[in-house]
Design a protein around this ligand. Structure first.
Ligand code: HEM
Length: 369
């Protein structure tokens, strides 16, 4: 598949088969902007996004079709490249609804009750430079240049209304959203995404991912909540851990991804024996141990160079979609005794309400206004 629809009941980029590359961007609204600025920004973003996902330039004049005396509409580096499965998924952060300047956009009354900065979790080591934001855009594509082109041009379109707060590149998906996709591996070397919610599991999506029309607020029906966590991995330390202990920490075996209670990758784990450590990641994260809570994971590996000691600045850029932020909060609290915690640090965090998809002729988030 090389091109996905921008318009539809749900935004693309959630159940869409996970693409190979990510450019995630968080934005803050500029001071002194008003409701009209926000609406026009969302309209302009939607229009440009609906073109770029087809492999088109941001406007009809594009990179070279405009006057020679003006900077081109499109920056040009995606000329000649296909759509590469690009999806652009937009989200609204807590600060958009109310901040130090008050209810600047007239939407404070529409703020979803659960949309607030995530509580502090045990072991959090968050950097404000990779956390939070009024708006976010998740760009996923099978070509990194296509994803970067999209974020670059959407940032440019936002000029004067919103500015980039932080952004993250990711590669090598760490999850799958369709049964046809082979389970990829994270930087610990383990298969990741085995027990994920898949695109054809309509019932699980309705129960755990999509905000329903019976939920509050009504404008978010058909949408979801996105949690991003930048999780640094202490990979040099991990790489000195013996294989049997690595398996024990995850609760699955490294080769096949089978639960340590036996079977193959897709055999359900059995927790009532001693085969799986009660504090292994899978044991703590499994729905059986969490009142049935599930989430749709869609994260990516990252490597942001290295530090002065020659250690890779690497990890997992965790992205999850859920019907209610409480699902993530409850799981993350449960993971406080995770054996894996010795080898990871949560260094970035953000939460956004992701509205339903836009109808042709409308823009993403229109129901909010
Ligand atoms: C499962 C790795 C962080 C929630 C797994 C699996 C691996 C893994 C290898 C087993 C295969 C699978 O079913 O996908 C990691 C790594 C992390 C991380 C390396 C951090 C660097 C998180 C976080 C959460 C989470 C922050 C949520 C708060 C889950 C869930 C499952 C899972 C719900 C499925 C459990 C099941 O149903 O069996 N993870 N994970 N993970 N993880 Fe993580």
């Amino acid at each position: 598949h090389s091109a996905y629809e921008f318009f539809g009941a749900h935004q693309a980029g959630i159940t869409t088969p996970v693409q190979d590359h990510l450019h995630f961007a968080s934005f803050d609204m500029m001071p002194r902007t008003d409701r009209e600025d926000l609406i026009s920004l969302l309209q302009d973003w939607s229009y440009a996004a609906s073109r770029m996902v087809q492999g088109l330039e941001v406007s009809a004049t594009g990179a070279v079709g405009g006057p020679a005396e003006a900077p081109p509409d499109d920056t040009g580096e995606a000329l000649g490249l296909p759509a590469a499965g690009l999806t652009l998924t937009f989200g609204f952060g807590p600060g958009l609804f109310e901040n130090e300047d008050g209810d600047r956009y007239g939407i404070a009354a529409q703020r979803p009750a659960g949309l607030e900065r995530l509580p502090a979790f045990l072991g959090d080591d968050l950097d404000p430079q990779t956390s939070h934001g009024d708006l976010c855009i998740q760009a996923c594509a099978d070509d990194p240049q296509v994803a970067v082109h999209a974020i670059r041009n959407l940032s440019r379109i936002a000029f004067g209304r919103a500015r980039l707060r932080w952004s993250q590149l990711g590669f090598g998906k760490t999850s799958r959203t369709t049964a046809a996709q082979a389970t990829p591996r994270n930087l610990f070397g383990f298969k990741d995404g085995t027990a994920n919610i898949l695109a054809d599991d309509t019932e699980a999506l309705a129960d755990h991912v999509w905000v329903s029309s019976n939920d509050e607020p009504a404008w978010l029906a058909g949408g979801s909540y996105l949690v991003a966590r930048k999780i640094a991995m202490l990979i040099e330390t991990w790489d000195r851990v013996r294989l049997s202990e690595q398996d024990n920490i995850i609760g699955r075996d490294k080769g096949e991804g089978a639960p340590l209670s036996g079977g193959d990758e897709f055999t359900a784990p059995v927790f009532d024996s001693t085969a799986i450590d009660a504090n292994s990641h899978v044991s703590l994260a499994h729905p059986d141990q969490n009142d049935g809570i599930r989430i749709l994971r869609r994260g990516y590996n990252y490597v942001d160079g290295n530090n002065a000691l020659g250690r890779l600045d690497a990890g997992l850029f965790f992205l999850s979609y859920q019907r209610d932020p409480a699902q993530f909060i409850s799981l993350q609290r449960r993971l406080s005794t995770d054996l894996m915690n010795e080898y990871i640090r949560h260094v970035g965090s953000g939460i956004w309400a992701v509205p339903a998809g836009a109808e042709p002729g409308s823009f993403v988030g229109e129901a909010l206004f």
